[in-house]
Write a protein that binds this ligand. Structure first.
Ligand code: FAD
Length: 435
C-alpha cells in the first residue's frame, strides 16, 4: 500500500511533462472591475473552454473566469487518451428514465465527442500532437469475453468506427508486454493528444473570436437573479446566463453540486525520451492503451517518445507521497524492458467521480447551468457536453433535457465520511478485479 499526502496546490501549473512542453503563446489577465456579458463561464478546463467556444461561434458574448491557469485542472494533467462514449460503455442502464430514444441520443453524442476534437484541431490549426489509435487490453480471459460483447454492442448502436478483436499474438503488435492476453482495437475513433495544448488552442480560438478570458480569477460568490452575478476577489461579472465548469476543483462554491461529486486522485509519470528501438519495443504502433480494471493502468507515448504511464487512482483524493517510485514500479510490471530508464516527471490530478458514472449536467436556476463528474473519462465527453449546454442556451434544449432526467445521488456520509466510504468501495472493486 502506498503512503498518501495532502498537498497545497500552487495557482500556476503543476510541474508536469505537459506544463514543460506547453504552448505559452497566449496569456490572460486577472479580472479587475465589473463586466457585463451574455454568458459567464466558471472554470477554464475542457468543459469551460469548449462551452465558451461553442457559444462564441454562435454569436454570444462570453466571459470565462479561471481560478488558476487555462487547463490547470484535470484537463492539463490527464493521460491524454481520447476515448469516445459518454457515461461509460452502457447508457442502456438509464433506459427507464431517458427511454430508448434518449439512450440512442447518448450513444450518438459519444461518437460525436471525438469528432468535435478532430474538427476543432483542423479548423483552428491546433498544434497538440494528436494521433488516432487506441486499444483496450485484456488481463484475463473474462476481459476478452467483455470485449466481444463491446464489439457487438458497438455495431448494434451504430458506432461508425470498426472495433477489431486482437488475440494474444496480435496484441503484441500494439503493446510490447507479456501481461495481456488480447485486446480490442479502435484504430480511427479513439486516440491521444497533448491535452494542455489542445485546451490552450481551443482557448486561443475562443479569444480570437472575441471571448474574454481571465486567469487567476477565482469566483468566490454567486448571486442569482434575473441577471446572475459572480464575484471574484477584485471584480465581478453580471450575465444573462451562468455556466459552472469547475468540476472536482470547485470546492464548496455550490454545496448542492459538491455533494454529488467525489474528487478522486490519479497519477501519471513521464519517462525520459526513449531511444527509437526501445520506444518501438514498448508501443510498436503508437496507440493509447487502457486496461479494464477499476484502478486501471493507462499509457501511451508522447510526441518525443516518452512513455506516459498513469494509474494509481484512489478515492481518498490524496497524492501518493512517493509518486514517481510507486508509479515506476507499476510501469515496470508491464514493461520490464524499461528498467533503469529515468522518470523525469510525476504528477497527479483530481477527477470528479459521480455515483452512477454518467456526467452530471443540469440547472441550478432558470439561467444557471452546470456540468461535472466525468468519472475519469472526460477528454472527449467534455467537448460534446460544452456543445449541448450551448445548444440549450441557444434555445435547443432537447439533448440537455435528456441529462436533466437522470438522477444523481449525493455521496453518503456527508463531508466527513464520504471519502473513507468510497475508498472502502474502491478496495472492494480492486479485490473483485483480482478474480
Ligand atoms: C490524472 C488524470 C488522468 C486522466 N486521464 C484521462 C484520460 O486519459 N482520458 C480521459 O478521457 N479523461 C481522463 N481524465 C479525466 C479528464 O481529464 C477530465 O474528465 C476532464 O479534463 C474534465 O475537464 P473539466 O473542464 O470538466 O474539469 P477541469 O479540467 O478539472 O477544470 C476545472 C477548472 O475549473 C477551475 N475552477 C474551479 N473552481 C473555480 C472557481 N471557483 N472559479 C474559477 N475557476 C474555478 C479550476 O481551476 C480548473 O482549471 C483524467 C483525469 C486525471 C486527473
Amino acid at each position: 500500500m502506498f503512503g498518501l499526502k495532502q498537498t497545497k496546490e500552487s495557482t500556476e501549473h503543476t510541474e508536469s511533462y505537459y506544463a514543460a512542453t506547453a504552448d505559452q503563446t497566449v496569456n490572460y489577465p486577472k479580472l479587475e472591475g465589473d463586466l457585463q456579458t451574455d454568458v459567464v463561464i466558471v472554470g477554464g478546463g475542457f468543459s469551460g473552454v469548449n462551452t465558451a467556444l461553442e457559444l462564441i461561434e454562435k454569436g454570444y458574448a462570453v466571459v470565462l473566469l479561471e481560478a488558476n491557469r487555462i487547463a490547470w485542472g484535470a484537463t492539463g494533467r490527464n493521460g491524454g487518451q481520447i476515448i469516445g462514449g459518454v457515461g461509460g460503455k452502457d447508457p442502456e442502464l438509464f433506459v427507464k428514465t431517458i427511454g430508448e430514444e434518449g439512450v440512442q441520443t447518448v450513444h450518438q453524442m459519444g461518437f460525436e465527442s471525438g469528432e468535435i476534437i478532430r474538427e476543432r484541431v483542423a479548423k483552428y490549426d491546433i498544434d497538440c500532437d494528436i494521433k488516432w489509435g487506441y486499444c483496450d487490453v485484456a488481463i484475463k480471459p473474462r476481459h476478452m469475453r467483455n470485449f466481444e460483447e463491446w464489439q457487438t454492442y458497438a455495431k448494434q448502436t451504430g458506432n461508425p468506427h470498426n472495433l477489431q478483436l486482437l488475440d494474444a499474438n496480435e496484441i503484441k503488435q500494439y503493446v510490447g508486454s507479456d501481461n495481456y492476453c488480447g485486446g480490442l482495437l479502435n484504430a480511427t475513433g479513439n486516440g491521444h493528444v497533448h491535452p494542455m495544448n489542445l485546451c490552450a488552442g481551443e482557448a486561443r480560438a475562443a479569444k480570437e473570436l472575441g471571448a474574454q478570458i481571465f486567469e487567476q480569477s477565482r469566483v468566490t460568490e454567486i448571486k442569482h437573479g434575473e441577471k446572475v452575478k459572480v464575484l471574484t476577489e477584485v471584480g465581478s461579472v453580471s450575465a444573462k446566463y451562468l455556466v459552472l465548469c469547475g468540476n472536482a476543483y470547485m470546492g464548496e462554491l455550490v454545496p448542492k453540486l459538491s455533494k454529488k461529486i467525489l474528487p478522486s486522485n490519479s497519477s501519471v509519470i513521464a519517462t525520459a525520451p526513449l531511444p527509437e528501438l526501445l520506444a518501438k519495443s514498448v508501443m510498436p504502433s503508437d496507440v493509447a492503451v487502457c486496461d479494464p480494471r477499476t484502478a486501471l493502468d493507462y499509457f501511451r507515448l508522447s510526441a518525443d517518445n516518452r512513455l506516459l504511464f498513469g494509474g494509481l487512482s484512489n478515492y481518498t483524493g490524496l497524492e501518493p507521497s512517493n509518486l514517481k517510485a510507486t508509479m515506476a514500479k507499476k510501469m515496470l510490471k508491464v514493461f520490464p524492458q524499461l528498467e533503469g530508464i529515468d522518470i523525469e516527471y510525476g504528477w497527479s490530478g483530481q477527477m470528479g467521480i459521480g455515483i452512477n458514472r454518467m456526467p452530471q449536467m443540469g440547472r441550478l436556476a432558470d439561467n444557471a447551468f452546470y456540468v461535472q463528474a466525468y468519472s475519469g473519462h472526460g477528454v472527449a465527453p467534455t467537448h460534446i457536453m460544452g456543445r449541448v449546454i450551448a445548444e440549450m442556451i441557444a434555445g435547443k434544449p432537447e439533448r440537455f433535457d435528456i441529462f436533466t432526467k437522470i438522477h444523481h445521488w449525493s455521496f453518503p456520509g456527508g463531508k466527513l465520511f464520504r471519502r473513507p466510504a468510497m475508498a472502502l468501495g474502491m478496495l472492494y472493486y480492486k479485490i473483485i478485479d483480482e478474480f
